[in-house]
Design a binder for this molecule. Structure first.
Ligand code: 13P
Length: 253
């Protein structure tokens, strides 16, 4: 279970559509032998088809795992191809990503769909990690704050009453491009996101704002050192044990 009480920052890996049984096993084995990585503030969002493998391998270990998305439908039934929140919880997931930009872009997930995913995740006892972030055109037009505020607005009702709200700021132009937002850009957006949540959430709760977008071994420590950053969401570097370990070392400082 992802732990907020340790005082350390979160490191979530997002494997996206990557992995095979053998390479997953090797990656997990390497991560499990690393005391800085196999801790309660590290989690892996893995492909559905490998969840059983990950659940079994991480059984009894502090490292958490979760989904990359979840069905908009809560109840079991005739939804071919879907995996609902209850199934993820059944297998031992502790969180699920919601609204990753790749889901918004390639699967046209709307605010309504994302709100349903958040509600069902919460009902099943999973923590929704809500991803937001502007595209390059919006950033260049100076509309990044408005875009992200609208994304938060679109799901805020589904987040009301949560004990903790976790939002990952992932500027689309920094995902998988090697371009990282500058530390100043990260600070400004994290402050904005936190203020937006504080203003719109009716009851008090723990708010965590994570950063994602080309986080690697060589930039993670600087990003994680920012007081406005509560953790990172790591894509490509989470597939390489050595890289991911180094990111985790930055979180433990
Ligand atoms: O999308 C991301 C994590 O969810 C970030 O991906 P990269 O770290 O590969 O840029």
């Amino acid at each position: 279970m992802l732990n907020v009480a340790t005082g350390t920052k979160w490191v979530l890996g997002n494997w996206k559509m990557n992995g095979r049984l053998a390479s997953n096993q090797a990656l997990l084995a390497a991560l499990l032998t690393d005391a800085q990585v196999n801790v309660a503030h590290v989690g892996l969002a893995v492909p559905t088809v490998y969840m059983a493998q990950v659940a079994q391998t991480l059984s009894g270990q502090p490292m958490a795992w979760g989904g990359q998305a979840v069905s908009r439908f809560a109840a079991d039934g005739a939804y071919t191809g879907e995996v609902n929140a209850a199934m993820l919880a059944d297998l031992g997931a502790s969180f699920t990503l919601v609204g990753h930009s790749e889901r918004r872009q390639y699967f046209a997930e709307s605010d309504e769909v994302l709100s349903a995913q958040i509600r069902h995740a919460r009902e099943a006892g999973l923590l929704p990690v809500v991803c937001v972030g502007e595209g390059l055109a919006a950033r260049e037009a100076g509309e990044h704050e408005a875009v992200v505020a609208a994304q938060i607005d679109g799901v805020i009702a589904a987040l009301q009453g949560s004990e903790r709200v976790v939002v990952a700021y992932e500027p689309v132009w920094a995902i998988g491009t090697g371009l990282t937002a500058s530390l100043g850009q990260i600070v400004a957006m994290h402050e904005k996101i936190r203020a937006c949540l504080l203003e719109k959430l009716a009851s008090s709760c723990t708010i965590l704002v994570l950063y994602g977008g080309s986080v690697k071994a060589d930039n993670a420590a600087d990003i994680l050192a920012l007081s406005e950053v509560d953790g990172v969401l790591v894509g490509g570097a989470s597939l390489v044990a050595e890289q991911f370990s180094k990111v985790c070392y930055g979180a433990a400082k």
